[in-house]
Design a protein around this ligand. Structure first.
Ligand code: PBG
Length: 325
């Protein structure tokens, strides 16, 4: 008797039956960039196919996402003015707060998640309050808390802190609870590496640090055990969802975390991953759609439950067509 694995690969219908990884558009989150002002739909040069929208124009992006089958959005803000403490991030009429209200009013069926960080709002581009040239961890926590509470007040369904300060999940949880938002979950960027793959995002959001780098707060990519430590701390502090970021170069971490935690695991396929696939496709080096499909399935195969991707709409369509999932 010969064992022939090819028997189960004979036809599309057969392959569809024995697939080990199943996906759903319900698990996809689409990031949107909001820019202060009006009448803005500005293409982002480093992220081919992505735009920055003013609150009055963001409906275009939301409607397209909904049409494609994606109803979960992760909101980033680009303010007009920046200052050393990033006060635009927690202003009652800040850009994310404006965007939240605009989207909430017109599209109540969406789940709105906000990125809680300061780097787009600080004049120095770091993710916290500076003390000299260092980011002061504990001085930053009250600011992050104010940002999260103001997002909740403006209608966020979930907050996602991406700053990588120690103790921020506990601080945010306490702040949200004290202000009547004990029902708002926290998706923690628990395992966030200091990565070159954020390059296009920093260009899109104008959030590159004006000096130095983020290595004193984001993780060293040589470390895997430390990822488990970060995840355990955030779990103990009250995180509801744990995120690994970036995705493609960190699938070992996604897998290890998924095996270990009882919380949902999210992976963020970041700007550099998207830009790389787009560029290779444009140059004719490889098939864009195929690479998108393959890298998406890899994230879920590794054990992620949720994927954040600039391709979210296209992925939802690929799932619907049965090309993946
Ligand atoms: C803010 C933040 C960044 C990203 C998400 N939130 C940039 C950074 O840490 O420099 C990156 C997202 C992407 O590259 O798609 N701190």
């Amino acid at each position: 008797m010969e064992i022939r694995p090819r028997r189960l690969r004979n036809s599309k219908i057969m392959r569809g039956m024995v697939r080990e990884t199943r996906m759903s558009a319900d698990s996809l989150i689409y990031p949107i960039f909001l820019e202060e002002g009006s009448g803005i739909k500005a293409p982002i040069p480093s992220l081919d196919g992505q735009f920055r929208y003013s609150p009055d124009m963001v409906g275009y992006a939301v409607e397209q996402a909904l049409k494609q089958g994606v109803n979960k959005l992760l909101l980033f803000g680009i303010p007009k003015e920046k200052d050393p403490v990033g006060s635009g991030a927690y202003a009652e009429n800040g850009i994310v707060q404006q965007g939240l209200r605009a989207i909430r009013e017109k599209y109540p069926e969406t789940l709105l998640i906000t990125d809680v960080c300061m780097c787009e709002y600080t004049s120095h581009g770091h993710c916290g309050i500076l003390c000299g040239h260092e980011v002061d961890n504990d001085a930053t926590l009250p600011y992050l808390t104010k940002i999260a509470v103001s997002h909740a007040q403006a209608g966020a369904d979930m907050v996602a802190p991406s700053d990588m300060m120690d103790g921020r999940i506990a601080a945010l949880r306490a702040g949200l609870d004290e202000n009547g938002f004990s029902n708002i979950p926290i998706m923690s960027y628990a395992v966030k590496y200091a990565s070159s793959f954020y390059g296009p995002f920093r260009d899109a959001a104008g959030s590159a640090p004006s000096f130095g780098d983020r290595k004193s707060y984001q993780m060293d990519y040589h470390n895997a055990k430390e990822a488990m430590k970060e995840a355990e701390l955030d779990t103990a502090e009250g995180a509801d969802i744990l995120m690994v970021k970036p995705a493609m170069s960190y699938l070992d971490i996604v897998h290890a975390l998924a095996e270990r935690t009882d919380l949902p695991v999210a992976a963020y396929s970041v700007s550099g991953e998207y830009a790389m696939i787009k560029a290779a496709g444009r140059l004719g080096l490889a098939d864009e759609y195929g690479m998108m499909c393959e890298s998406t399935v890899a994230v879920f195969r590794a054990g992620a439950n949720i994927l954040i991707s600039y391709f979210a709409g296209e992925i939802a369509q690929a799932i619907k067509k049965g090309d993946i999932g």
